[in-house]
Design a protein around this ligand. Structure first.
Ligand SMILES: Nc1ncnc2c1ncn2[C@@H]1O[C@H](COP(=O)(O)OP(=O)(O)OP(=O)(O)O)[C@@H](O)[C@H]1O
Ligand SMILES: [Mg+2]
Length: 501
């Protein structure tokens, strides 16, 4: 449950990071963080070294005062560590003495506030423990300030100075906790300010990038709307354009918008030209078809008249006249097919009445049986009527074309089954024409519904086939809002026609 709840948010985060807005915001926030970190680090180091230098100066003063000759107000003979109680240095100052000739600290004290006396300068010296004294032993005695950590007292800046004529060495240490405290406070302030600044910068960057990218989103929306238009056929009105306000060529997005608008203009004119030329060809085919109908009928009529007439004609002429009749028949069929395709291409709607497909299929199969008596014809019909909305003559033609194919492209003895069933989800119908012939050649199958697509072109043409049968099937079925598909392999070919109710 946890992982499935995390996955979408993970995917969403990745999508945000991939988007231009996400990347710009992340880049600017990262840049601001790096700059703030660099400034913070440099400031901290500079302040630390400045404060430490100040402390070191103070340490040098205190050390030299402690090791120097006694002042006028001081007794002429004084102990080396007396300076701890004299005032002038902070409470917590450490002093130690290394006696002449000794390696280690011989005496060490720290100035502490006298508990009953809270006046400034009310201090007393307190001896250091052995462990604390050991820490002072490690101080290099080179007259320079070093950092020493004294257990129980904290960090010190300490230095060793020679104790003047007595030959002893004096170690003086000033607590560096005020320096560390100031630097720590600065770091806390820097971290808080940086964090607040980064959040504010992130919000500001996100807002301004969203604002800056708004025109780009409008350009993308226009492109998406265009991509959803059905541009591949028919008359297309390509009126979509990026709004004028977003086409300022001085901006990058404006340049894209201008280019997109120009491209849409070109595509629109190209589509209009395509439609114009398609319409012209369709009109030409329709006009030519109409013009050819009458002379073809006349040729057929005269040939028939001459063949059947009283006049004595020789066998060759009779044969020639028979051929003229059959070829003009074929040509009339072709002209009718072309006219029908031109009409369907022009988007003329089919006339719709309720058609019961059961008697339609019975008639079509009995016609096919008459035309192809050497094939085996089978019918599989449901008990009840199967009704669809459509034009009976066109639907009859669909079935007739499929049955004619099963007859003409298969050898004698092939079993052809015409099957009708209502689809599983109710409404409409499914017609299947199925044969156990040699099948459609694999190279022809993907193009079988294209115009003038034929399996064995030379043989088919000799058999009077034109390759328009399945193109008409598809155009008629599409005009009825249905779909047709073909499956074929050696030994089985099935054409399926789905019609809506
Ligand atoms: N049942 C089938 N078995 C084998 N091949 C087929 C079958 N149906 C169609 N074909 C192949 O598909 C091609 C295209 O068929 P289509 O009906 O479009 O044209 P045609 O039958 O050649 O000519 P037309 O139907 O215009 O007279 C055919 O030439 C044939 O090669
Ligand atoms: Mg055919």
């Amino acid at each position: 449950m946890g992982s499935s709840a995390e996955r979408p948010s993970e995917a969403g985060r990745r999508r945000v990071l991939r988007s231009l807005r996400g990347r710009l915001v992340v880049a600017s926030v990262a840049l601001i963080t790096v700059v703030a970190a660099v400034i913070g680090t440099v400031t901290t180091i500079a302040l630390h070294s400045y404060l430490q230098r100040q402390l070191d100066t103070q340490l040098t003063d205190v050390s030299h005062r402690a090791a120097g000759p006694p002042g006028l107000s001081e007794p002429p003979h004084r102990e080396a560590l007396d300076f701890l109680t004299r005032g002038g240095q902070p409470v917590g100052t450490v002093g130690a003495v290394v006696a002449e000739g000794a390696d280690e600290v011989t005496k060490a004290s720290v100035s502490v506030q006298r508990s009953e006396d809270s006046r400034p300068g009310g201090v007393t010296a307190k001896g250091l423990s052995a462990e604390q004294t050991d820490a002072l032993d490690g101080l290099p005695r080179d007259g320079r300030a070093h950092t020493v950590s004294v257990p129980g007292l904290g960090d010190y800046r300490a230095m060793a100075v020679s104790g003047g004529s007595s030959g002893e060495e004096l170690l003086v240490g000033l607590p560096s906790d005020s320096v560390d405290g100031t630097v720590d406070t600065l770091v806390v302030v820097e971290v808080c300010v940086t964090a607040g600044g980064v959040v504010a910068a992130g919000l500001a960057a996100s807002g301004s990038v969203r604002l800056a990218l708004r025109p780009l989103r409008r350009v993308a929306r226009t492109a998406t709307r265009v991509s959803e238009l059905p541009l591949h056929h028919g008359e297309v009105q390509l009126r979509e354009r990026v709004p004028e306000a977003d086409t300022d060529p001085r901006t990058e997005v404006g340049q894209v918008a201008v280019a997109l608008n120009r491209m849409l203009g070109h595509v629109g004119s190209a589509l209009a030209a395509r439609h114009e030329s398609e319409t012209r060809v369709r009109r030409f085919v329709a006009d030519a078809g109409h013009e050819l109908r009458t002379p073809l009928a006349a040729i057929r009529g005269y040939a028939e008249l001459t063949r059947r007439g009283e006049e004595e004609i020789g066998p060759d002429t009779r044969h020639a006249l028979g051929r003229i009749e059959s070829e003009s028949d074929r040509m009339s069929g072709l002209v009718e097919d072309l006219l029908l395709l031109a009409r369907l291409d022009a988007g003329r709607p089919v006339e719709r009445t309720t058609v019961d497909l059961v008697p339609l299929l019975v008639d079509a199969v009995s016609d096919a049986r008459a035309a192809g008596p050497r094939h085996r014809w089978r019918l599989e019909l449901p008990e009840t009527p199967v009704e669809v909305d459509g034009e009976p003559a066109r639907l009859q033609q669909v079935v007739a074309n499929l049955l004619a194919n099963a007859r003409t492209h298969t050898p004698y003895g092939t079993t052809v089954t015409a099957r009708l069933r209502p689809p599983h989800d109710g409404g409409g119908a499914r017609i299947e024409i199925d044969d156990d012939g040699p099948g459609i050649p694999p190279e022809t199958l993907p193009h079988v519904f294209e115009r003038f697509a034929r399996g064995d072109a030379s043989r088919s043409r000799a058999h009077g086939s034109t390759g328009l049968g399945l193109a008409i099937v598809q155009a008629v079925v599409a005009a009825h809002g249905g779909a047709v598909s073909a499956d074929s392999w050696p030994g089985r070919t099935v054409f399926r026609v789905e019609l809506p109710g």
